[in-house]
Ligand binder design. Structure first.
Ligand code: SAM
Length: 280
């Protein structure tokens, strides 16, 4: 069932940057990311109740999500993203017999704030759209809401595509990034009253021109020993600016933390952090 989407505004740099990246996903990605779907399901499995109402924000093409397992266990599964074309692709990934319980829904979880910040950075003005209110993403509450690796994608891709000087990118992310992330996290929490929110984010990355002070294996070793101690797992790694969902959470609400390696391409690795938290 598809709710008719509001069109993206004409000048939506954050939305457009994400849609461009989703369109470049490549057909081999689904097969290459089986390891990421398996790791994701291992982390989610204990928190998905039989018949639960589940929402995923940032579902995109669905390549990194264990949609087969989720759609089998959940009573309903709503996939949200600002990219409708990608969501249709994700829906096709659900086993045919379970597609009826999976809905796709177009949503900018920032309610226009990310586009407004990107436009203001380009025009050297102040953003005009307020941060999203802590209002549920849908009328009905969910038992489990999953934020899927969109936090680092709210602003950075748009600022990169706008070819702003790096000091302007840094300044924009420092000024607005974490406040926007905090507002989005509050929105996800409001969508699962009494339930659980799982925040998937990518605090460390490795590629040729982006070295870290240690290899990913070291971080994974630390994570295997002390998964709840994110600070030690990340040690002095270079993290992206202004997009940490954990920083938006009261530590007492965090129930568990899981980590895995996401082999994004043969040349690019991400360390995924799954934070399982009480919504309230
Ligand atoms: C790195 S991808 C996650 C991988 C994705 N699940 C897949 O397998 O294709 C991040 C997703 O977040 C979505 N996204 C980014 N900003 C968003 C926003 N403001 N509202 C909703 N979705 C957003 C992107 O369109 C993209 O599909």
């Amino acid at each position: 069932v598809l709710r008719l989407p509001p069109p993206l505004p004409d000048d939506a740099p954050a939305g457009a940057a994400n849609i461009r990246r989703n369109a470049n996903a490549g057909r081999d990605r689904h097969a290459r990311w089986q390891h990421a779907r398996d790791a994701c399901w291992t982390a989610l499995d204990p928190y998905v109740g039989s018949g639960a109402r589940v929402a995923i924000v940032g579902a995109g093409n669905g390549d990194d999500l264990p949609l087969a397992q989720l759609s089998e266990r959940a009573g309903s599964l709503d996939l949200y993203d600002l990219d409708l074309h990608a969501l249709r692709q994700a829906h096709r990934r659900v086993p045919r017999t379970r597609r009826r319980r999976v809905r796709i829904r177009m949503l900018d979880v920032t309610a226009g704030a990310a586009d407004s910040i990107a436009r203001a950075a380009r025009e050297q003005t102040d953003p005009s759209t307020p941060f999203p209110a802590p209002r549920p993403i849908d009328g009905d509450p969910y038992d489990l809401v999953i934020g899927d690796l969109f936090y680092s994608q709210l602003l950075a891709p748009a600022l990169g595509d706008l070819r702003l000087p790096s000091h302007k990118v840094g300044e924009t992310l420092r000024r607005h990034g974490q406040l926007l992330t905090n507002a989005v996290v509050a929105r996800l929490r409001a969508s699962a009253p009494g339930g659980t929110v799982v925040h998937l984010h990518d605090p460390l990355a490795w590629w040729a021109n982006h070295p870290q002070p240690f290899p990913i294996e070291d971080a994974l070793d630390r994570a295997a020993n002390l998964p709840d101690d994110a600070q030690s797992v990340l040690a002095n790694g270079r993290q992206p600016l202004g997009c940490d969902p954990r920083a938006a959470l009261a530590p007492a609400t965090i129930r568990a933390t899981a980590w895995w390696r996401w082999r994004f391409t043969p040349a690019v690795d991400y360390l995924v952090c799954a934070t399982i938290a009480d919504a309230d």
